[in-house]
Design a protein around this ligand. Structure first.
Ligand code: ASP
Length: 410
């Protein structure tokens, strides 16, 4: 089975991607929709099937595994700080690049007939209250990740407090987590075909003609995101996470590619957990922080919020003052936190930012045409930021590289 000539999964996925681009360029949309899109949809469904049990099991095991509760609190605070700071920097980076490049200037696209519905920014109290599930089972059935995480963390706390008596249950959840990782392994064998289906459909549907007019938005988004990685995330991982860029890139390649092709950081969660562990994050910290970050830490989406705000303001000729741009940072952070790890979620959440600074929501429809490409860029960085934070906090806790990763286990 483990033959030397076997092409690695990552390469198989790259081949799927390349074939998808070529095939997508030649087939028409209806063919792609009928025959190719289902291949991709199957992949996304398989992955989503794994996510809830995986998150529940790993967070409970992760929280309870940090048996020292003061350490759990400390780790949680550190993780949240790293997430908050990197997300705010990410929105600012998006603003900076969009102000420099001005991607919206010179664009004269008609938005007649386009309309988008606003997602009203919920009151802060509602947002916070909504984190607490009334019924944890309902939260799991609906896949409400923040609620699931909240319950799992509390459950983990309780389990840790039971000490010896809680060990069998802790063991149970550890095993469930390992089983789900195995299951993910089976699902990932299908990934190259899934990637092929997703990409060929995207190329067939959106093609270059939609891409070109909004090319500068894509370039701005790409440059801002790349700069965030090169200037902030990589040095942060190197200095505070004791992991060099080459090792880091190799380690995150698989989840990065899953995120890039599926546009779903939730789909990349299993691969991301493995990546964090392989790179040396401790079991407890990885299984606590990666699912949490998967839900609330969206560095790529945050960059996108900043870029899109400026782009849309320019297209509609709305001047944004410094105060407006600060509002964009604040709302961008909240919107990124509230964005679900599924394709296109960030696009909907831009309305939270746009409404706050008076940008017409037609801008959403404008961006929608190329959002898949922007989504690829932002989603792949969403998952990278999570691994970066896990390494930094593992190192701060003196846990980096302490527990060697065993293939097939958390
Ligand atoms: N697609 C992104 C993700 O899954 C979310 C977004 O649309 O920004 O992380």
């Amino acid at each position: 089975m483990a033959c030397k000539c076997k092409i690695s999964l990552a390469w198989q996925m790259m081949i799927g991607l390349a074939l998808g681009v070529v095939v997508g360029a030649f087939v028409d949309t209806s063919f792609a929709q009928t025959y190719l899109q289902p291949l991709g949809t199957l992949f996304i469904r398989l992955i989503r099937m794994v996510v809830v049990p995986l998150v529940v099991a790993t967070i409970i095991a992760g929280a309870a595994g940090i048996s020292d509760t003061s350490k759990l609190g400390r780790v949680a605070v550190k993780i949240l700080c790293v997430y908050g700071v990197t997300t705010a920097i990410a929105v600012a980076m998006g603003l900076l690049f969009a102000n420099l490049i001005q991607p919206g200037l010179g664009l004269n696209l008609s938005t007649d007939g386009l309309a988008a519905k606003a997602v009203k920014a919920p009151a802060l109290s509602d947002t916070l209250l909504n984190i607490v599930p009334i019924n944890p089972m309902e939260a799991m059935a609906k896949g409400s990740m923040l609620q699931i995480i909240f319950f799992a963390v509390i459950f983990g706390f309780g389990l840790a407090a039971l000490g010896e008596r809680g060990k069998p249950v802790l063991h149970f959840f550890e095993v469930v987590g390992d089983v789900m990782i195995r299951v993910t392994g089976y699902v990932m064998r299908y990934a190259p075909i899934g990637v092929f289906g997703l990409i060929s459909f995207t190329v067939a549907k959106h093609g270059l003609s939609v891409l070109l007019p909004l090319f500068s938005l894509i370039v701005t988004s790409f440059l801002a995101t790349a700069t965030l990685v090169i200037v902030i995330l990589l040095p942060m991982v190197a200095i505070f996470g004791k992991t060099g860029p080459v090792k880091f890139f190799k380690g995150i390649f698989e989840p990065w590619l899953v995120a890039f092709t599926t546009c779903s950081s939730a789909a990349a969660l299993p691969a991301n957990l493995n990546a964090a562990r392989k790179l040396g994050a401790s079991k407890a910290i990885a299984s606590f922080s990666i699912p949490l970050g998967n839900t609330i830490n969206m560095n790529g989406t945050a960059v996108y919020m900043g870029v899109c705000a400026i782009f849309a303001a320019e297209v509609f000729g709305i001047p944004l003052t410094l105060g407006d741009q600060l509002t964009v940072v604040l709302m961008g952070v909240l919107a990124a936190i509230g964005t679900a790890g599924v394709p296109g979620a960030g696009l909907i959440m831009t309305t939270v930012v746009f409404t706050q600074v008076g940008i017409p929501l037609e801008a959403v429809a404008l961006i929608a045409g190329i959002d898949r490409i922007l989504d690829m860029i932002r989603t792949s960085i969403n998952v990278v930021g999570d691994v970066a934070a896990a390494l930094v906090v593992s190192n701060m806790e003196g846990d980096l590289n302490k527990e060697p990763y065993v293939e097939g286990e958390m």
